[in-house]
Design a protein around this ligand. Structure first.
Ligand code: PPS
Length: 570
């Protein structure tokens, strides 16, 4: 098989008229609100991207896929496509019943006729599909900690495509791509899967692949769900658009694929190949460590670097798409070009250059040079817009300490110093002020304090995300809540925890608001340090001692810390 027939592939959508009728009838059905991953899966089920699947897998299909990559009818399929739901929802329906599948705004996308309902053995699924039950694997972690405990299976009736507001013109169903290839007269098409920005090495690899098999090139990036921590798809698509100009327009095209990746290495590569076959491609590029999930909890790779190639090679004839294997491409300085690492015979006499993903992120963070041999200036420009150096990113300084420890005073002094420097807007979320505005209905129980801190964390994370500086100064007595706030904020920028370590004795001696006296007299209940706990931070970025240090000096210590962390220019 080397040319594509490009005949239309079966979809699960009903006609427009039937869809309108179904939408009305579905008002009486029980609804399941799909998760983001399920929406991705459903879109590819409905548009034929997952053909021959006709719905979410039955238990028999699932068992066959987990143990031997085969559906009950013997067709090859490597990844379970299951509808995971809560125990409560599963109990509310009976097999044989139709349910409505809705997106997160409640729009109906499809109905599912439930034929199967079962409780999977998730550890078995993890070992079968991902080769390990280690939660360092993002899909294993998802399976155990995000996916619901019960699976529903059955045929899907497609009503409408999920709505996408972004890059609409760049998204194509398998049949739209097949029609495009037909129209262009393309009979041989090699697909390139990616979840990363395209740099020069990728361009060289795709050029070579297309030349080698004399095929047209489809750049087919995943924009559904990729590995946590990846460059977001908005930035990536802008990068792809910039690079597309550098390909010959008559033999290259780009289309976005709304796939939710599992990072399942070899099985995932086979799945990607099947999906590309469904999109009308005849060849599929598999490079080094395709869909690799990173290291396991022992620091070892989950899969061998070329396991994915072997897997696709072993099944290429059966699925009808040919593997184009590629070795790792590196830059040979003396020849000023990229070459596959295993084809460099004079490696002792040449200089081989490479920049890893980690090194690239470091250079972006620190605003260091990214050489032209590595990437295109247009791509670097997009990445720099998305990842400005730390001194231009937002961040949060989170003061914690007992009542009267000096948090607000130091935070106020710090705010003035940061405003004097200028550059980024500074917002102070002081404990007392927050309690007047954001949290006026809350008291001081553990639940209320947690809610108060989470609200502060939410506002600080929004400020940080938008490039501002948030200074928070609540007591925040619970370590677990502080950690949760840290995790939320660190998605967007730095979180600098400052423990204002004034002792209880000193706070009580100062008793600026007279509250300690009232607390000792039992007139204020649940008072931190007296009748309520305070978890002393174990590893704050900074601990300041206010006893024996002026406020100005304490605020200056924070400034020095921010400088040392690269958050403000020195
Ligand atoms: S928390 O635990 O982080 O939600 O507390 P916070 O929002 O920072 O509010 C603390 C201020 O409220 C006053 N206050 C109390 N503090 C602790 N325990 C009890 N029971 C209490 N009741 C009132 C107190 O003035 C705190 O102000 P600061 O600025 O910390 O001195």
């Amino acid at each position: 098989m080397s040319v594509s027939s490009l005949a239309p592939i079966p979809e699960l959508y009903v006609s427009h008229e039937s869809a309108q009728k179904l939408k009305v009838e579905a008002a009486d059905l029980i609804s399941w609100d799909l998760t983001p991953r399920q929406i991705c899966d459903l879109e590819l089920l409905m548009n034929g991207g997952f053909s021959p699947l006709k719905g979410f897998m039955s238990e028999a299909d699932y068992d066959g896929v987990v143990s031997e990559m085969r559906l009950a009818d013997g067709s090859l399929w490597p990844i379970p496509i299951t509808l995971d739901v809560s125990e409560e929802f599963a109990q509310s329906i009976e097999p044989g019943q139709d349910i409505a599948l809705r997106d997160q705004e409640g729009v109906i996308l499809a109905t599912l006729t439930v034929t199967d309902r079962w409780t999977p053995d998730k550890a078995r699924e993890a070992v079968g599909v991902f080769g390990s039950d280690d939660i360092a694997h993002p899909a294993v972690n998802y399976l155990h900690h995000t996916a619901g405990p019960v699976y529903l299976g059955g045929p899907v009736t497609g009503i409408q495509q999920p709505v996408h507001y972004d890059f609409r013109a760049r998204r194509d169903t398998p049949n739209e791509l097949r029609a495009l290839f037909r129209k262009l007269g393309w009979r041989k098409i090699v697909a390139f899967q990616t979840r990363n920005p395209l740099h020069r090495a990728h361009q060289e690899l795709t050029f070579r692949a297309a030349k080698e098999v004399e095929a047209n090139l489809l750049i087919h990036p995943v924009v559904g769900m990729t590995k946590p921590g990846d460059v977001d798809h908005f930035t990536r698509v802008r990068c792809y658009e910039a690079v597309l100009d550098k390909y010959p327009g008559s033999t290259t095209t780009m289309s976005l694929l709304n796939l939710a990746m599992r990072m399942a290495g070899p099985r995932e590569a086979l799945w990607h190949a099947l999906i590309r076959r469904n999109h009308g491609c005849t060849h599929f590029i598999v490079g080094r460590d395709h869909a690799g999930p990173g290291k396991n909890s022992k620091g070892e790779d989950f899969y061998g670097p070329y396991d994915a190639q072997e897997m696709v090679r072993a099944h290429q004839d059966e699925i009808g798409i040919q593997l184009v294997p590629f070795k790792h491409m590196v830059y040979v300085q003396e020849r000023a070009q990229y070459e596959p690492v295993d084809e460099i015979e004079d490696r002792d006499n040449v200089t081989i250059l490479n920049i890893s993903g980690t090194e690239l992120r470091r250079r972006l963070r620190e605003g260091l040079e990214i050489p032209d041999w590595f990437s295109f200036p247009e791509v670097v420009e997009q990445l720099r817009r998305r990842y400005p150096p730390r001194s231009q990113q937002g961040f949060t300084v989170f003061f914690t300490g007992l009542s009267g420890s000096g948090k607000s005073t130091i935070a106020n002094a710090l705010m003035i110093k940061l405003m004097e420097m200028g550059g980024r807007p500074v917002t102070l979320l002081d404990g007392d002020v927050v309690r007047k505005n954001l949290s006026s209905e809350l008291g001081f129980s553990k639940a209320h304090r947690d809610l108060n801190i989470r609200r502060i964390g939410f506002v600080a994370s929004e400020i940080t995300k938008n490039g501002g500086i948030a200074l928070c100064a609540p007591i925040a007595p619970y370590a677990t809540t502080r950690r949760a706030v840290r995790e939320e904020i660190e998605q967007y920028g730095a979180f600098v925890e400052v423990h204002v370590a004034t002792s209880l004795e000193e706070c009580e001696r100062r008793d600026r608001k007279g509250l300690y006296k009232l607390a000792r007299a039992g007139k204020i209940k649940e008072f931190t340090g007296i009748s309520d706990p305070y978890d002393v931070p174990e590893n704050p970025e900074l601990r300041v001692d206010t006893e024996g240090h002026e406020v100005d000096n304490c605020a200056h210590q924070v400034v020095l810390k921010l400088e040392q962390m690269g958050l403000i220019a020195g």
